[in-house]
Design a protein. Structure first.
Length: 320
């Protein structure tokens, strides 16, 4: 009865009340594996309380070590906490139970990507795609890895395949367009420029960022998002759509001078959202080489970049 009540409260978005009911169940049955797991899912996926969620999952696994769902959820919580090695271990335990789980392979690939173990990440993504070829999330993730290591042709191919399956994914539209600005022909660059500006200023992209990209970003990455948002509107700590659009119009003038440099600059901005400092620096260096005016833009707008980027000596060198 209490279990049904907690589920009803959860479906109504009354998460704190649902937690109270879960705790009432656990007070009666402290070794209720399913309730521990369900409480952990609510804490992790709906309340963002990753440490508390992990504690629930660990208690559940102590009772039932070979439960696939709990191992999966443990991997999710660990990834949100930036504990990627431990997340990989949880993924491996789950994959030992279900070797063909494309979802678990996806999560393991993401953890490897976040550790900059790109070759291993690509291998895992390849396995996931062998099992489920129509998996747009993995195609776009693999595209990001190829983009990061400089294999732009393969990255472009993955983004285009992902868009066949999810044509309305604005982030992937922006990623594809950014690459075309670097390697496309003149007609492709013209269309790509419009795609990038439209995608990056789209309300749904801003809304996705404001939600913290709950399903795809760790706590550390969400902190970077907050820093980027605060740079646009320090008073409210919220992304100001009008301010972003104004800044995009300023960038557009530079973009028209040199679309390839704009593509590099946009690549750096997207990499910053994904907490990929190395790609940010490389792309900004290329943008400045192609169009020195970007040096002034970086100096005027340096606060919009995460601390890790601003403190990098290579970023500082771009300002002088």
């Amino acid at each position: 009865m209490l279990h049904n009540k907690s589920n009803a409260l959860k479906s109504l978005g009354r998460y704190e009340e649902a937690i109270f009911v879960y705790d009432a169940v656990l007070a009666i049955r402290p070794e209720d594996h399913a309730t521990l797991n369900n409480k952990g899912v609510l804490l992790c996926d709906f309340l963002g309380s990753y440490e508390e969620a992990l504690n629930c999952f660990e208690q559940a696994l102590a009772l039932k070590p070979d439960d696939y769902a709990t191992l999966h959820n443990t991997g999710v919580a660990l990834s949100h906490l930036d504990r990627y090695e431990a997340a990989i271990s949880a993924c491996d335990s789950a994959l030992a139970l279900k070797p063909d789980s494309h979802v678990m392979l996806h999560r393991k690939g993401n953890a490897l990507k976040n550790l900059s173990r790109y070759k291993e990440a690509v291998s895992i993504y390849n396995t996931a795609l062998e099992i489920k070829p129509d998996y747009p999330e993995v195609l776009s993730e693999r595209g990001v890895v190829y983009w990061t290591i400089g294999d732009l042709d393969k990255a472009l191919n993955d983004f285009e395949q992902a868009l066949v399956l999810q044509p309305d994914n604005k982030l992937v539209v922006a990623q594809r367009a950014s690459i075309l600005l670097q390697i496309g022909d003149e007609s492709q660059k013209t269309n790509a420029l419009a795609d990038v500006i439209n995608a990056m200023s789209a309300p749904e992209i801003l809304e996705q960022i404001q939600r913290g990209l709950r399903s795809g970003l760790s706590e550390g990455q969400q902190k970077r998002i907050q820093e980027i948002r605060a740079a646009f509107n320090p008073e409210s700590k919220a992304m100001d759509l009008e301010a972003l659009q104004t800044q995009m119009q300023t960038y557009q003038a530079l973009a028209q001078q040199n679309p390839e440099a704009w593509g590099c600059f946009t690549s750096a901005a997207i990499a910053a959202i994904n907490d990929d400092s190395e790609t940010v620096i490389v792309q900004l260096q290329t943008a400045v080489q192609l169009l020195p005016e970007y040096r002034e833009l970086l100096s005027a707008d340096m606060d919009s970049w995460p601390d890790a980027i601003r403190d990098d000596p290579r970023f500082q060198a771009l300002l002088s």
